[in-house]
Design a protein around this ligand. Structure first.
Ligand code: ADP
Ligand code: ADP
Length: 226
């Protein structure tokens, strides 16, 4: 069953007389339960594709269907709602709020959805438990190691039970041992049925996924081509 279907997606940027084809006729289908990495060098179009996939931006041309919703046809207002419902984001720099504890950070997406206080706390603790950090619930981000902060961010991404986890260079700020731990955690989450899309410039990280596609000059190709 296809969770994501992109067909003939185009995104261009105009800089004076210069036209950059950031995404050039992208065709991509991602199954429910997939663990896919999108690998490419700097400037290849990864961020543009991530923004598109994460419903932060719409294509200039082409079709994008996510979990049955025609994203390319939505109004910007409805785009935000789909994004909050369907997507859990994981970033390179964790993006945790420094004044909130680990558990409060994980609760945030549930707060935005209007989940009751008590249910929020219970769900957030459950998610911290999934990433092996239940005993760090009251810690502030700066009391945690980088790897632990990324685990909190992963717990936050899981909190709302999104259809897809979208991870943008999740190991980019971590040393190699911690990177491996984070990749093992993502692998375990995938084995439990979660769909994961990983965006990276690092082929060693990309190879941990079950499927790899390469992007270069806005064009996508199945497999490793770096
Ligand atoms: P990556 O994430 O792989 O580094 P990007 O998606 O950021 O690649 O960029 C793809 C191409 O689009 C690059 O040539 C980049 O310079 C260009 N680009 C990205 N964003 C903009 C923008 N807002 N305005 C103009 N050009 C852009
Ligand atoms: P790791 O080996 O997982 O990267 P560290 O060696 O950085 O972890 O940290 C070891 C332990 O010390 C962690 O369990 C973490 O909770 C705690 N810790 C790390 N940094 C701080 C800090 N700035 N303040 C308080 N505790 C910290």
């Amino acid at each position: 069953e296809s969770l994501i279907t992109m067909s003939k997606i185009e995104k261009t940027y105009k800089l004076g007389d210069n036209v950059v084809h950031a995404l050039d006729h992208i065709d991509l289908s991602i199954e429910k339960g997939a663990f896919i990495s999108i690998v490419g060098p700097s400037g290849s179009g990864k961020s543009t594709l991530m923004n598109m996939m994460g419903c932060l931006d719409k294509p200039d041309k082409g079709k994008y269907i996510l979990g049955g919703s025609h994203i390319d046809q939505l109004k910007d207002r409805d785009l935000a709602e789909i994004r909050n419902q369907k997507i859990g984001f994981i970033f390179q720099n964790f993006n945790l709020l420094g004044k909130l504890s680990a558990v409060e950070n994980v609760e945030l997406p549930l707060l935005y959805r209007g989940v009751k206080t008590k249910d929020r706390r219970a769900r957030a603790l459950e998610c911290l438990n999934m990433v092996g950090l239940k005993d760090r619930a009251a810690h502030l981000p700066n009391q945690l190691s980088g790897g632990q902060q990324q685990r909190v961010a992963i717990a936050r991404a899981l909190a709302g039970e999104p259809q897809i986890l979208l991870a943008d260079e999740p190991t980019g700020a971590l040393d190699s041992k911690t990177s491996e731990e984070i990749m093992n955690l993502l692998t375990a989450l995938n084995e439990n049925g979660r769909t994961i899309v990983l965006i990276t410039h690092d082929l060693n990280v990309a190879r941990k996924a079950k499927r790899t596609v390469s992007i270069r000059d806005g064009k996508l190709q199945e497999g490793e081509h770096i």
